[in-house]
Design a protein around this ligand. Structure first.
Ligand code: DC
Length: 229
């Protein structure tokens, strides 16, 4: 069995996609591409320019105008990559609470999705890629060689996000993080355009009680079943 070249990892917020995706890509020597940062970059561009998030036309126009680059880390501060918005480093701005609060409505706009999906497909076409998001297995790379859908119960995902925020020196309340997570889950899975859901041929892994290394081992076993090792 040859190694899958195009790997799609989807799932809700804080299900482990980015940690697992990055480590898997490192082990395979593949490109790691987190598509969520593109939706976050458009959201941050709207907030910076005071474009109202509920103005679909203006948000879509901006999504088509801005130039988003995702490159290797340019600063050694724990980042997985550097995100440039029209050439400016906005990597940490994309993790601000106001981006968290507004990114789901922005990513529900069909015109925004069309603009970003096209760029993501171009990146995926090169192969040797682990692409992470919500609609990679269903829309962006429906012909991916391996599709994984990571899930975990919402309380555990909120706990993970809360710990990440505390580690960055923020002081969120767990209740607020949990509420925000529920709201994002609802918008991401109820939207008309490319809603969050597993592709019919995706392998679903519930990571609620799994460590990172257990999840990685499970995925590696899928790529190379134990008896073939
Ligand atoms: O993975 P994340 O939390 O950085 O994603 C931010 C938002 O972007 C999330 O609310 C849903 C959206 N998103 C999407 O709709 N499609 C993707 N492929 C990736 C992210």
């Amino acid at each position: 069995m040859s190694k899958p070249s195009r790997i799609a990892i989807d799932g809700p917020a804080a299900s482990g996609k980015s940690t697992i995706g990055q480590r898997l890509a490192d082990r395979l020597g593949y490109l790691y591409f987190d598509t969520g940062v593109m939706y976050r970059a458009v959201t941050w561009a709207c907030l910076e320019r005071a474009v109202p998030i509920d103005d679909e036309e203006a948000v879509t126009r901006l999504a088509n105008e801005v130039h988003i680059d995702v490159v290797r880390p340019t600063v050694d501060d724990g980042r997985q990559y550097t995100v440039l918005l029209d050439g400016r480093d906005v990597t940490w701005d994309l993790r601000r609470p106001e981006v968290d609060a507004n990114v789901s409505p922005v990513s529900a706009y069909a015109g925004v999705r069309a603009a970003l999906t096209e760029q993501q497909r171009r990146i995926g076409a090169g192969g040797r890629v682990v692409m992470v998001g919500r609609d990679i297995g269903t829309v962006v790379m429906p012909d991916a060689d391996l599709k994984i859908y990571l899930d975990a119960v919402v309380d555990e995902r909120a706990r993970r996000r809360y710990c990440e925020m505390m580690a960055r020196g923020e002081q969120p309340s767990y209740e607020t993080v949990l509420q925000m997570m529920r709201r994002r889950d609802m918008i991401d899975s109820m939207r008309a355009a490319a809603p969050l859901r597993p592709a019919p041929d995706a392998i679903i892994l519930d990571t609620t009680c799994m460590s990172i290394s257990q999840v990685l081992r499970a995925i590696e076993n899928l790529m190379c079943p134990v008896e073939e090792k």
